[in-house]
Write a protein that binds this ligand. Sequence first.
Ligand SMILES: Cc1cc2nc3c(=O)[nH]c(=O)nc-3n(C[C@H](O)[C@H](O)[C@H](O)COP(=O)(O)OP(=O)(O)OC[C@H]3O[C@@H](n4cnc5c(N)ncnc54)[C@H](O)[C@@H]3O)c2cc1C
Length: 379
Amino acid sequence: MSARRYDAAILGGGIVGASAALELARSGLSVVLLERGVCGAGASGVNYGGVRRQGRPPEQLPLSLRAHAIWARLRDHIGIDGEYTRSGHLKLARSETEMAALLAYRHRIAGLGLDLDILSGNMLHDRFPMLGKDVVGASYCTDDGHANPRLVSPAFAYAAAKAGAEVRERTEVTDVERDGSGFVLQAGGDEIRADYLLNCAGPGAGLATRAFGETVPLSSGYPCLGVTEPLPPLFAFNLGVEGGGFYARQVARGNVVFGGGKGYALDDRSCRPDMKVLMQTLRAGTAVLPALRQTHVIRFWSGVEAYMPDRNPVLGPSATTPGLLHGFGFSGAGFQIGPAAGAVLADLVRDGRTATPIEAFSIQRFTQAGQTVPAVAHS
Ligand SMILES: Cc1cc2nc3c(=O)[nH]c(=O)nc-3n(C[C@H](O)[C@H](O)[C@H](O)COP(=O)(O)OP(=O)(O)OC[C@H]3O[C@@H](n4cnc5c(N)ncnc54)[C@H](O)[C@@H]3O)c2cc1C
């Protein structure tokens, strides 16, 4: 029976928990990353791979811009490039109403550090001839892009281990409690003690919120994805339609990865794509990219993702328990911001504060607990 004490125990080895582990280990703190499966095999590893700031609500942009800077030095940070490319992100309008939504979004985020070009008519179709005639306009963000989540997310955990974090896979945390001076976790038959507990468990985050009296409206959702056979080069950018019914990117091997709509749960840890939804997605997709009409789709899949009702994550200190930090509920868009969310959690452990604005992500917006929690002293 191990009873080792760590500065921080991290529940969940997705991109958020692994990023926090990496940052903390590099700061010289002792950290254990506890993952019930394999690191990066949940939503973080099966997602679409969109690395975009465009479309995020204004309150997410500071976090997203911090992540953008981490993505820029990905190879130095985690040891691989993860097929990350700054290909541009093109958001398409298929009606005047959707065009108005794109313009309204650009207005809403003006001055927040994200430049968007609005294109329409011949200017759009001359520049992007692969688009169907239903597309009336677009908003283009030059520096957004895409990456391979199956490579990137596990690499955060490998990098954390290399930096000195103890990474324990196939280790399910079954109980968490506070014993006065820190946290005690039951994990894979071991008892683990830590000054800080980082709750980065995605859809499993309810274990730690319930244990400390912070029940939140966390639910699971199951975005549907598919991939075509390899095709000749069609487009380099990451593409999405306003409203979210279709998004796509073409990888260097030629396959087009696409998504839209939601699948269904088999149980709390597994899910399947919904074929009717996928047919709707393909109809929307072939209208904006007619070249996809004659292609074979070779695989469909879905993944379990943690959602909050306002589609913002819970990121920051617990409202009830000193030393408990939450980072979950990324609501279908945590791959791009995950590296920065982990860095924010590491700031909070190391410095007791972060320069990145996270007030909008406070758990108190759901719990209304409202009390101030005393800071934790490092052991
Ligand atoms: C199909 C799909 C497409 C998506 N597309 C995009 C996209 O294009 N761009 C984007 O930005 N985002 C996208 N997302 C969202 C993004 O993948 C997630 O928001 C992000 O990966 C969340 O990271 P995480 O670390 O919080 O959670 P997760 O990756 O879910 O990791 C949480 C981990 O905690 C572990 N865990 C849970 N309970 C326990 C326990 N009791 N003990 C031990 N371990 C536990 C789980 O096994 C899991 O590995 C998509 C998501 C899905 C599902």
